[in-house]
Design a protein around this ligand. Structure first.
Ligand code: NDP
Ligand code: GDR
Length: 350
């Protein structure tokens, strides 16, 4: 029998990678996309074109219980991957209610739909939890048993999603797992997350179509992995005998500053730093131009300074290890953004 998966958040970064992985494994993949005034399926259009007979999209929203119940009843999924979220930490301070509605109550709506429809024994559930749960980190590296201390409306909403997933597993026997995912990036990462903002700027500055890059906290440290590796862990979590929660991370941490240096190096600019605090600048020594500036508008009301995950449990129980190094990730992202910047320039000049 062909397995059926339902992916919420299919139009996002992880949705695109996971859809591709599941289709390659022979699944029928359903995805939920939000209605938008412009096309929002760029990341999955090629998936659809290659494999349209096993792929369907449904309009929906995590804030709409009736819609979710109808889709799940119609689709009868063997596996649900809940990737949909207002996923931007800084934006969550500006839209805290919307974030809580989608990220916290949205998770509850899906679990309740499984229960209402009598699918507790059939449907397995994956919840995209986050290293942001650790927040104001007091123990390093962080593992499954490290205490949580959320530092944003996003993290506070995701902690509800985490615990309601645990609760429905324990209360109703649903096979439900949290992947406590550390930051993971790719060439299709949203452009307002720091990694993609940097690789895109490095490429555009190199080709002369952008003057400078404005950033916030250069000293924040993250455990950055590759999205293509992380979706494999999501799938593995739903294939075990027992449902459990897992930290998914690389076990390496780097600062935003290091990311900037490596990305610009990949674009052919050996950036150097001058000044301190708000006056700090990243200089292109070849031209003497100040190309990186600090803009306090990107500072967060409460920052998470250091994240570093310990993926031992995932390695031992799932056999999962990250395959893509930090250096490979950065070079892959810069190479793709150089191609994008080149294409944009060609379009502009034609
Ligand atoms: P993206 O921001 O790229 O994608 C989020 C997806 O959720 C998009 O498809 C978006 O739709 C959809 N969405 C947002 N709000 C709603 C809503 N109310 N109803 C239905 N769909 C909605 O995130 P990623 O792919 O990077 O992340 C996937 C998941 O993993 C998220 O839950 C995120 O919080 C979590 N996570 C991600 C990490 C990372 O480093 N990438 C690390 C830890 C956790 P639209 O395209 O219309 O905006
Ligand atoms: P994060 O990712 O908040 O970790 O959440 P983001 O890339 O937004 O920030 C990482 C770090 O970089 C610092 N920073 C900046 N961030 C942004 N966005 N823009 C800037 O200009 C900038 N300058 C410095 C931030 O302060 C922060 O310390 C991501 C999301 O994918 C979440 O959904 C997910 O849960 C977590 O990763 C794990």
């Amino acid at each position: 029998m062909q397995k059926v998966a339902l992916i919420t958040g299919i139009t996002g970064q992880d949705g695109a990678y996971l859809a591709k992985l599941l289709l390659a494994k022979g699944y029928y993949v359903h995805g939920i996309k939000r209605r938008s005034s412009q096309s929002n399926t760029d990341r999955t259009d090629h998936v659809y074109n290659d494999t349209d007979s096993n792929f369907s999209l449904h309009y929906g929203n995590l804030t709409d219980s009736i819609n979710l119940i109808r889709i799940i009843e119609q689709v009868q999924p063997d596996e649900i991957y809940n990737l949909a979220a207002q996923s931007h930490v800084q934006v969550s301070s500006e839209t805290p209610e919307d974030t809580a509605n989608a990220d916290a109550i949205g998770t509850l709506r899906l679990l309740e739909a499984i229960r209402i429809l009598g699918l507790t024994e059939k449907t397995r559930f994956f919840q995209a939890s986050t290293s942001e749960l650790f927040g104001k980190v007091q123990v390093t590296p962080q593992k499954e048993t490290t205490p949580f201390y959320p530092r944003s409306p996003y993290a506070a909403a995701k902690i509800y999603g985490y615990w309601i997933t645990v609760n429905y597993r324990e209360a109703y026997g649903i096979y439900a797992c949290n992947g406590i995912l550390f930051n993971h990036e790719s060439p299709i990462r949203g452009e307002s997350f720091v990694t993609r903002k940097i690789t895109r700027a490095a490429a555009r500055i190199k080709l002369g179509s952008q003057e400078s890059l404005y950033l916030g906290n250069l000293d924040a440290k993250r455990d950055w992995g590759y999205a293509g590796d992380y979706v494999k862990a999501m799938w593995l979590m739903l294939q075990q005998e027992q449902p459990e929660d897992y930290v998914i991370a690389t076990g390496e941490t780097h600062s935003v500053r290091e990311f900037v240096e490596l990305a610009f190096k990949n674009a052919g600019i050996a950036i150097t730093w001058r000044g301190t605090g708000l006056e700090e600048k990243g200089i292109d020594p070849a031209s003497g131009k100040e190309i990186v500036h600090i803009d306090p508008c990107y500072f967060r009301p409460t920052e998470v300074n250091l994240l570093l995950g310990n993926p031992t449990k995932a390695r031992e129980k799932l056999g999962w290890t990250p395959e893509t190094s930090f250096e490979k990730l950065v070079s892959m992202m810069v190479a793709e953004d150089l191609k994008n910047a080149q294409r944009d320039l060609l379009c502009k000049n034609n």
